[in-house]
Design a protein around this ligand. Structure first.
Ligand SMILES: *[C@@H]1O[C@H](CO)[C@@H](O)[C@H](O)[C@H]1NC(C)=O
Ligand SMILES: *[C@@H]1O[C@H](CO)[C@@H](O)[C@H](O)[C@H]1NC(C)=O
Ligand SMILES: *[C@@H]1O[C@H](CO)[C@@H](O)[C@H](O)[C@H]1NC(C)=O
Ligand SMILES: *[C@@H]1O[C@H](CO)[C@@H](O)[C@H](O)[C@H]1NC(C)=O
Ligand SMILES: *[C@@H]1O[C@H](CO)[C@@H](O)[C@H](O)[C@H]1NC(C)=O
Ligand SMILES: *[C@@H]1O[C@H](CO)[C@@H](O)[C@H](O)[C@H]1NC(C)=O
Ligand SMILES: *[C@@H]1O[C@H](CO)[C@@H](O)[C@H](O)[C@H]1NC(C)=O
Ligand SMILES: *[C@@H]1O[C@H](CO)[C@@H](O)[C@H](O)[C@H]1NC(C)=O
Ligand SMILES: *[C@@H]1O[C@H](CO)[C@@H](O)[C@H](O)[C@H]1NC(C)=O
Ligand SMILES: *[C@@H]1O[C@H](CO)[C@@H](O)[C@H](O)[C@H]1NC(C)=O
Ligand SMILES: *[C@@H]1O[C@H](CO)[C@@H](O)[C@H](O)[C@H]1NC(C)=O
Ligand SMILES: *[C@@H]1O[C@H](CO)[C@@H](O)[C@H](O)[C@H]1NC(C)=O
Length: 806
């Protein structure tokens, strides 16, 4: 009798308790609203969250920007790309059902918000593209429900991946590109058994890739490029769902694992710029829908796999700079998806399978420096833009059917055995930028109507058997930068129109030209341009041509010279010996110079998305953004991404002192190795004897002085194309000052050899798209000789290469 009410009592007590506990644990909508309003206030009410306004009917779940609720409780805050600045306060975690925080691409700053490790329900935590510094800390392991973690592009203090990561067992997506990671990838990543996407690219990781990484069965995307990883690629591959793998630009050695050939879903393989050896697994491409295959810049041997295009979707093959050989796989003739084949600098041989020339989508075909032979077909595919086949053994005629490849921009067929005439139809190629056929056996005349090559920047037809006159039309090619017609049988006068061209390189030597050198070229810059043309004359003796003054006058000068020489001879034989020595040295230098002058040499300090031709072809007046006494600065867009680089072109006036040249080279090497977020990166140096091009990152927001002393506001075009006004506010000024100081501190204390800038001023502090300070123009930058006396610095000061143009 007494049991029944007791059970009834217990049951009602249970319900009562569960009800009250429920009420104390979860927040009301009003309480959640006040937490969010506090957050808004904490960030000084940015315009992007104006919709967060108090309302009695608790509308944060319905109308507030970036807030998502489930069953009336806030579960996600997503405020990407919202210009929000400030810090993330710990009280966010009071929203206890929070599952997702996505604050990517804002300007939160300061120490990394470790307080959020208390948001224990977090599954998605996204903070990439912000300005957090500090370190992550091992406590990250508290977020055991985490599935997605993206922290890329922050300013973390250089540090290792914390061991705590191994505890994040549910993690599917981890990405920390460009996050200052150093040290080794900890073995514990292998514990992240659910990992699908791992991106640790663009860091400074070293050591080996953990053996178990490619055994994570769910792994689909692996990006470890641009680090300094060494050792071999793990052999054991159980990640059978792998779709993309990019291990490029590391120091990996050994061979490419056979297992890659079995991966059914593999689409993208990039292993370029490593130290890989051995053969490429034969089965690669045969079992999957491979789209991109890049193994360039390794030490690979053997052949290209026969079935690379087995999935019929292959778009790009790149295997340049290896020791690969044999023929191009015949099966590629059916690979209609192919857009790019780049195999230069290998030992391939045989004829190009004829179907390859007519692949519908082929845009880029680069096979220079191999042993290919055979003739070009009558017609090439109309999609072709770049055809580089130099330094092979091709023969026969240049087909006039090439004119059907309307978009052809680059045709480099130098160093082959082509013969016959330059076909007239070639002049129909209106988009041609480069035509290089140096070192063949071409004969006949240069077509006179080349005026249609209105974009041409490079015309190299040297070392052939071309006859006739130089067409006047050459002088009307507005963008021509490089003209080499040397070593032919050209005759007649040099058309004066050519003098109007702004040439960076001119070589008409070893022909049968006569008459006067155009006055624009009658100066020492062109002292190697006209040699060995017996009929030519010039005013400047340094051109080493006959003088244009009349014969009698000439001989009078000659005889008085002779008398002088005789006097000199009579007075001191010793002096003659000195002259002799000087001549020997000069001759030696000149020969070296003639050798060097033809070649544009590119010294890259990182992987480049462009080559010297992309740069050279864009040094036009339209792209000019500044100029001064020692050179000009151009803005050049590269690639389809629309990214830009700044190119500083420095002219070398006259003979370059060898010591200075050496100094320039070695200092460029030093500047090239500096990698700091507050120093403008030198991407590469392109040089020949006449000029030097320094290619830097392009800084969209100009220099600090233009903001301080120029107009107070600038109209800036945002990436979306709209124009808005920005004022240099105090937080930005502070940020710039701190950035500049960090850059200088790095130069002074953290470089292997300390560097002092010696010309820090607001015009040398450039601003990137986020208004970060970037120190530029090492016009007077000097390496401190750590052991030597301070005096040595002044000796180097003012070396020619660094003087700012302006
Ligand atoms: C909240 O109340 C306002 C008026 O006070 C009304 O206009 C709005 O529609 C209400 N929102 C919701 C979601 O009920
Ligand atoms: C939302 O409420 C429904 C019904 O009350 C419940 O089935 C569901 O699990 C709840 N969802 C969450 C995420 O709490
Ligand atoms: C974060 O938000 C942005 C913008 O809404 C979105 O594109 C991105 O997919 C989100 N990230 C994650 C991991 O949900
Ligand atoms: C960041 O957000 C801005 C708008 O505030 C947008 O223009 C830019 O493309 C975004 N950047 C990234 C990397 O998403
Ligand atoms: C970011 O700020 C700029 C100006 O400061 C403004 O034009 C733009 O609309 C803002 N973007 C967002 C998403 O609020
Ligand atoms: C992080 O940035 C804040 C300013 O935003 C600065 O005060 C702090 O010193 C920085 N910490 C580190 C370790 O750089
Ligand atoms: C996390 O929560 C614990 C207990 O609730 C508290 O002691 C600690 O201070 C919190 N940590 C941070 C960083 O807010
Ligand atoms: C891998 O993915 C499958 C399917 O999405 C899932 O069932 C499994 O739990 C994941 N994890 C592991 C370790 O296989
Ligand atoms: C890469 O690591 C190797 C040692 O494994 C070291 O010798 C080399 O200097 C490193 N390269 C860079 C660029 O840090
Ligand atoms: C790869 O490099 C490591 C040193 O980083 C060396 O010990 C190993 O022998 C090399 N392996 C091969 C196959 O060259
Ligand atoms: C071609 O490759 C060899 C060996 O890898 C290298 O020495 C040479 O400099 C390369 N040539 C070019 C033009 O890259
Ligand atoms: C190309 O495809 C055709 C038609 O499918 C086939 O007959 C031919 O053998 C293929 N050629 C090569 C080299 O695989």
């Amino acid at each position: 009798m007494s049991k029944l009410p007791s059970i009834y009592y217990q049951i009602s007590l249970f319900f009562f308790l569960s009800l009250t506990s429920h009420q104390t644990l979860s927040l009301t909508q009003n309480e959640e609203q006040s937490i969010l309003l506090k957050l808004k206030q904490h960030w000084y009410s940015p315009p992007s969250i104006q919709s967060w306004t108090p309302s009695s009917n608790a509308s944060q779940c319905d109308t507030w920007t970036g807030i998502t609720c489930t069953n009336g409780t806030v579960t996600a805050i997503s405020l990407s790309n919202n210009n929000i600045t400030g810090k993330i306060p710990p009280f966010i975690c009071n929203l206890e059902k929070l599952v997702e925080i996505n604050f990517s691409n804002n300007s939160f700053s300061g120490e990394f918000p470790r307080s959020l490790y208390n948001c224990s329900n977090l599954e998605i935590f996204v903070l990439h593209h912000n300005e957090f510094n500090g370190t992550l800390g091992a406590e990250i392991g508290h977020l055991t429900n985490l599935e997605v973690l993206r922290l890329d592009y922050n300013d973390f203090v250089p540090g290792t991946l914390p061991l705590g990561f191994g505890k994040l067992k549910k993690l599917r997506y981890l990405s920390m590109t460009s996050s200052n990671l150093i040290g080794e990838i900890p073995e514990s990543v292998v514990d992240l058994s659910n990992l699908e996407h791992l991106d640790l690219s663009k860091n400074d990781l070293r050591g080996e890739i953990p053996q178990g990484l490619l055994s994570l069965t769910n792994l689909t995307n692996l990006y470890l490029y641009n680090n300094n990883l060494s050792g071999e690629i793990p052999r054991l591959i159980r990640a059978l769902n792998l779709v993309e793998i990019d291990l490029s630009t590391n120091s990996l050695n050994g061979s490419i694992p056979e297992g890659f050939g079995d991966l059914k879903y593999l689409k993208y393989v990039s292993l370029n710029a490593n130290k890989l050896s051995g053969e490429i697994p034969e089965s690669i491409g045969g079992n999957s829908k491979l789209q991109v295959f890049d193994v360039s810049k390794n030490g690979l041997i053997g052949k290209l796999p026969e079935n690379l295009c087995g999935g019929n979707v292959l778009v790009r093959i790149a295997a340049y700079i290896n020791n690969l050989g044999g023929e191009i796989p015949r099966s590629l003739v059916n690979c209609t998806s192919l857009m790019s084949i780049v195999l230069y600098n290998n030992s391939f041989s045989g004829e190009i399978p004829s179907g390859l020339w007519s692949l519908n989508n082929l845009r880029s075909f680069g096979i220079s420096k191999n042993g290919f032979s055979g003739e070009l077909p009558d017609r090439l595919t109309s999609s072709l833009r770049r055809l580089r086949i130099s330094n092979n053994s091709f023969s026969g005629k240049i087909p006039s059917g090439m004119s059907f490849s309307k978009d052809l921009a680059i045709f480099d067929g130098s160093g082959n055995y082509f013969s016959g005439k330059i076909p007239l139809d070639l002049t129909k190629l209106e988009n041609l930028l480069t035509l290089a056929l140096t070192g063949n056996s071409l004969s006949g005349e240069i077509p006179s109507n080349i005026i249609s090559w209105k974009s041409l920047t490079t015309l190299n037809l040297g070392s052939n058997m071309i006859t006739g006159e130089i067409p006047r039309a050459v002088g009307f090619l507005p963008d021509l930068l490089e003209l080499d017609l040397s070593g032919n049988r050209l005759s007649g006068e040099i058309p004066s129109e050519i003098g109007h061209l702004k040439l960076a390189y001119l070589n008409l030597s070893s022909n049968q030209l006569n008459g006067k050198v155009p006055h624009e070229f009658d100066n020492p810059t062109f002292d190697s341009s006209f040699l060995n043309n017996y009929g030519l004359c010039a005013g400047n003796p340094l051109l080493k041509l006959g003088s244009c003054i009349s014969k009698t006058h000439n001989s009078r000068i000659l005889s008085s010279l002779l008398i002088m020489v005789i006097i000199v001879l009579a007075t001191t034989i010793f002096l003659v010996a000195v002259f002799f020595a000087i001549f020997v040295i000069r001759g030696h230098r000149k020969r070296k110079r003639e050798r060097d002058i033809c070649v544009w040499k590119l010294t890259a300090f990182q992987t480049l998305e462009f080559d010297e031709l992309n740069i050279l072809s864009n040094l036009t007046e339209n792209n000019l953004i500044g100029s001064g006494s020692s050179g000009k600065v151009y803005r050049v867009s590269i690639g389809r991404s629309g990214k830009s680089v700044a190119v500083k072109k420095i002219w070398n006036k006259g003979e370059l002192d060898q010591e200075l040249e050496k100094e320039f080279e070695s200092e460029i090497q030093i500047l090239g190795t500096i990698k700091h977020s507050n120093i403008v990166k030198l991407l590469c140096c392109i040089s020949n004897e006449i000029s030097k091009l320094l290619v830097y990152e392009y800084m969209v927001n100009y220099s600090l002085d233009r903001w301080l002393h120029g107009k107070a506001r600038w109209s800036l075009a945002s990436s979306s194309g709209s124009v808005y006004h920005v004022v240099l506010d105090w937080p930005r000024r502070l940020q710039i000052a701190i950035g500049a100081a960090q850059g200088l501190s790095y130069l002074h204390h953290d470089c292997s050899q300390p560097i002092i800038h010696r010309d820090v001023k607001s015009s040398n502090i450039l601003l990137d798209s986020e208004f970060n300070a970037r120190i530029a123009d090492f016009g007077l930058a000097k390496k401190l000789v750590t052991l030597g006396e301070p005096d040595t610095i002044s000796i180097i000061a003012g070396s020619f290469g660094y003087i700012a143009p302006g």
